[in-house]
Ligand binder design. Structure first.
Ligand code: PA5
Length: 434
């Protein structure tokens, strides 16, 4: 199997060598806990064997729902927050052409997002934009009670009700939620919405391979079978490969923990393709929410390069030495564009003439990695052979698996998020919720 590859050669020199053997034993211990399903939060391991156990029936139902939207609407609003929207956005933005949003007559619906914040301006602009347009809604909430998506759904559902005959409305709404619990489940049953289930044993940030991600990704016209195949192959590979040099999840979990214990407290995920921006956002939630508890955890941050070299580059190169960098690189670009030769060479770029943009980008990447390593920023490299559904399936499953191992190495429960409740408690009290 061609697979994503993790290299740590430019990070190991920064690690406290005395702790090496101890950390190596620890990653094996953490992986055993994961596969024996004996660790903290073991009731939330539904994602571990999920890719290989998806039923054909459920896939077909998702494709059917996507086909309905394709033939009936031009826009689908995905309502959800955190794990209920970031995975979709990560995959869709990575794979869709960058300017699809400006194409009025595309084959598949445009995906729009709501319920991922409470901005009045945003939602009212979205609602205005949707006036007179054919649109549907996918509302996603595992708990079925999260305030941000619930507000957005209330408002956009009312808009749909105004624009369609009463008996038609339910056909344009699909809910993805718990099998039994929560207000959204109740509403879906009462109103006759088609619904898909988020398994009880899969937490929000580990749910991209469930209908939470699969349905909207299919609606965007992407190949969910290939996405799942990549994930399932990575699932098998990681389970069968106990050698930490060959198992990328163990390798990544090990090095980031070693760096953390050597004083590198912040991991910056860097990409060189703007369409990977939301992979970083998804990864930030996965790692931040899984590890940041009990006063520990590596702080996940992100940069889009080379863009942010002109803003954050100075700090990374020269600021406080508490950062390590993980570069997510794509080996083969989808397109080809060469730099033209000019007779006059007024812009002094003829030395690049005939080269592909990607060659220049790769040299920027290499040069930056070298400079950062020289500036004492340890570097991990994750290579993605190509940007497509199959390799994104591999990548996202790899990150989930490594996150669980890494969380167990930190001795936290990687599957809970008690800290998220604090703001809600205050907000509800301030709003007078009974
Ligand atoms: O990872 C998590 O569990 C959270 O970030 C949730 O995904 C997020 O809070 C949304 O929750 P829900 O799907 O219940 O609306």
């Amino acid at each position: 199997m061609k697979t994503i590859h993790v290299s740590t050669e430019h990070a190991t020199a920064f690690v406290d060598i005395e702790e090496l053997a101890c950390n190596q034993r620890d990653v094996v211990r953490a992986r055993n806990i994961l596969y024996k399903q004996s660790g903290k939060g073991k009731e939330f391991l539904g994602w571990l064997h999920l890719p290989s156990s998806v039923q054909e029936e459920e896939l077909a139902a998702i494709e059917q729902a996507a086909a309905f939207f394709k033939s009936h609407v031009d826009y689908v609003v995905v309502i959800g927050i955190g794990g209920s929207y970031l995975g979709t956005k990560a995959v869709v933005e990575s794979l869709q052409p960058s300017f699809k949003a400006y194409t009025p007559d595309s084959e598949w619906p445009h995906i729009l997002y709501a319920g991922h914040h409470i901005s009045e301006d945003y939602l009212s602009e979205l609602s205005e934009f949707l006036q007179g347009k054919r649109f549907g809604i996918i509302v996603i909430s595992k708990s079925g009670t999260t305030t941000e998506p619930a507000i957005a759904f209330r408002i956009l559902k009312a808009q749909l009700e105004q624009s369609l005959p009463a008996e038609e409305v339910a056909k344009y709404i699909v809910a993805v939620t718990d099998a039994q619990k929560g207000a959204l489940r109740k509403l879906a049953e009462q109103s006759g919405y088609q619904s898909f289930v988020i398994p009880d044993n899969v937490g929000g940030r580990f749910s991209v391979l469930t209908p939470v991600g699969r349905l909207p990704i299919a609606v965007a016209g992407l190949d969910i079978r290939s996405f799942l195949k990549g994930a399932a192959e990575m699932e098998r590979f990681l389970e069968m490969e106990p050698d930490l040099e060959k198992n990328p999840a163990m390798k990544y979990a090990l090095i980031r923990n070693q760096l953390f214990h050597s004083g590198f407290l912040i991991e910056i995920l860097a990409n060189y393709h703007p369409n990977l921006h939301f992979i970083t956002e998804w990864w930030k939630q996965l790692y931040g929410e899984s590890e940041g508890k009990l006063g520990t955890g590596i702080f996940p941050a992100g940069v889009d390069l080379t863009t942010d070299l002109h803003s954050m580059g100075q700090y990374i190169q020269d600021g406080q030495r508490i950062l390590f960098e993980t570069v997510l690189t794509v080996l083969k670009p989808k397109r080809e564009l060469r730099i033209p030769l000019l007779d006059t060479d007024d812009d002094e770029l003829n030395y690049l003439a005939g080269k592909r943009m990607d060659e220049v980008n790769k040299m920027a990447e290499l040069g930056t990695r070298m400079a950062h390593v020289e500036g004492n920023v340890p570097n991990i490299l994750i290579e993605l052979p190509e940007l497509n559904e199959y390799y994104l399936g591999q990548l996202l499953y790899f990150y989930e698996n490594a996150c669980a191992i890494s969380g167990y190495m930190l001795d936290v429960n990687p599957f809970d998020q008690p800290g998220v409740e604090a703001y809600k408690k205050n907000m509800f009290a301030l709003l007078g919720k009974k």
